[in-house]
Design a protein around this ligand. Structure first.
Ligand code: NAD
Ligand code: UDP
Length: 412
């Protein structure tokens, strides 16, 4: 029961108010869902979009209706944000402006958020080399007022960074036939010992990783010099329902989402899956619902999570991108009851797919020592199982719409 929740040290957990920036995205939507279904915490959800959390906001008869409020705000250029950075309490501003806008003002509007979770970011690789300025501004500059605000006002900050801050593994610089490539010391990524290895500046792919790394260093320094209570999360390819968009259905036709949505789109349209540079890069994928368990542990165990940087991934779910494509093709065929294509994949160069300046992380195996020690968290779901539930969702949500879109007569 939500009311009987205890932390990892056996202490009862008091309900808190969380200001979640980027709550309308993939991770935010799952975190809001978890917080509403399983806890008594309150959420002030901030985003420019609310489609992915609409089911949590309406109708007003939902059992958690008085515990979640959506605030449509672009933290980049909303003049209200400038105002609230100047005044002493961000949350008072959120609440008072909300009170003016909304007819349903509940008790929540009288409370202050004690925790800030920042998820807002441009975080699709297709943007890193084609919109490097937006990427750097979104991931670095736009995070600054939030960090400053938390530091100056004694708010706890949970900031979402990325596994991409590790960049490339040391092992990838060894000769192809070196036996050291098999030695975990050359590829496992550890929060407190691995270096961050990025490519040259002209490889603008690294604009995102570099911006995220500098934000991590800033947050860490605010902790060291000014006592900011923080937790930094480094997600390792979290995937599941509601991730990104299907081009031409609920996102731009020319848009390039992350790999799960790219491959889902290909499968839905019965086109070959495109393997960038042969699909040799390796990734570990973790099910969003497992990963959200880890975030909830961080929220509810501040004494164990504060001052920490956490890898959150599933080291057991490693595949090459080619293997991912093959597995998704197989799973989708069982989910949709349609036979696979005779040519299920095609190779494409990164220049053709992403344009100039793309580069890639070769391999991403998270070291789980710190999250295990501090929070006792382990992922549970196998890659096959998480693809089965995710592709069932994709098929149910999009198959009809894709069929309709592809059968429309072309205007003469
Ligand atoms: P997402 O794109 O689905 O969610 C980000 C949300 O932030 C979006 O809803 C977007 O509208 C919002 N946002 C962006 N700029 C904003 C602004 N200026 N004002 C208000 N809202 C704004 O991405 P996600 O997968 O949910 O990722 C969330 C965080 O986790 C990001 O910081 C990302 O870098 C990090 N991350 C995620 C993964 C993953 O596996 N999903 C991997 C590495 C890092
Ligand atoms: N990728 C691919 N085909 C696609 C989309 C992505 O081969 O249609 C590759 C991409 O080059 C990368 C991997 O899949 O090696 C994962 O890409 P994603 O966009 O999910 O983000 P990343 O893990 O690189 O942050």
């Amino acid at each position: 029961m939500a009311s009987a929740r205890v932390d990892l040290d056996g202490n009862p957990i008091k309900p808190i108010t969380i200001c979640m920036i980027g709550a309308g995205g993939f991770i935010g939507s799952h975190l809001c869902e978890k917080l509403m279904a399983e806890t008594l915490h309150k959420v002030l959800a901030v985003d420019v979009y609310s489609d992915k959390i609409k089911h949590l906001l309406e109708p007003s008869s939902l059992p958690w209706a008085d515990r979640i409020q959506f605030h449509r705000l672009n933290i980049k250029n909303d003049s209200r944000l400038e105002g609230l950075i100047r005044i002493s309490d961000l949350v008072i501003f959120f609440l008072s402006s909300f009170m003016c806008l909304c007819s349903r003002v509940s008790d929540i509007a009288l409370e202050f958020a004690s925790n800030i979770i920042n998820l807002a970011a441009i975080c699709t690789p297709a943007d890193y080399n084609t919109r490097p300025l937006d990427t750097i501004y979104s991931n670095f500059i736009d995070a600054l007022p939030v960090i400053k605000y938390c530091s100056e006002n004694g708010k706890r900050l949970i900031h979402f960074s990325t596994c991409e801050v590790y960049g490339k593994t040391i092992g990838c610089f060894l000769p192809k036939d070196s036996p050291l490539r098999q030695d975990p010391a050359y590829y496992v990524l550890s929060e407190d010992s691995s270096p961050c290895i990025f490519g040259p500046i002209e490889k603008q792919r690294w604009s995102y990783a570099c911006a995220k790394q500098l934000v991590e260093r800033l947050i860490y320094a605010e902790g060291a010099e000014n006592g900011l209570e923080f937790t930094i999360v480094r997600p390792f390819n979290w995937i599941g329902p509601r991730m990104d968009f299907i081009p031409g259905i609920d996102g731009p036709s020319e848009g390039v989402p992350r790999v799960l949505a790219c491959f889902s789109n290909n499968l839905l349209r019965r086109e070959p899956l495109k393997l960038v540079d042969g699909g040799e890069s390796q990734r570990t994928f973790v099910y969003i619902k497992d990963a959200i368990e880890a975030v909830l542990l961080m929220i509810e165990n501040p004494s164990r999570a504060n001052g920490q940087i956490f890898n959150v991934g599933n080291p057991n779910n490693e595949v090459t991108v080619r293997q991912l494509a093959e597995m998704m093709t197989q799973v989708y065929s069982t989910v949709s009851n349609e036979p696979s294509l005779s040519t299920p994949t095609i190779d494409i160069s990164s220049k053709e797919f992403y344009g100039e300046g793309y580069d890639d992380s070769d391999k991403r195996i998270p070291d789980m020592t710190i999250i295990n020690r501090q929070l006792g968290w382990n992922p549970k779901t196998s890659l096959w199982d998480l693809l089965e539930s995710t592709l069932t969702y994709q098929h149910r949500t999009y198959a009809e719409a894709v069929k309709k879109a592809t059968s429309k007569p072309v205007a003469s």
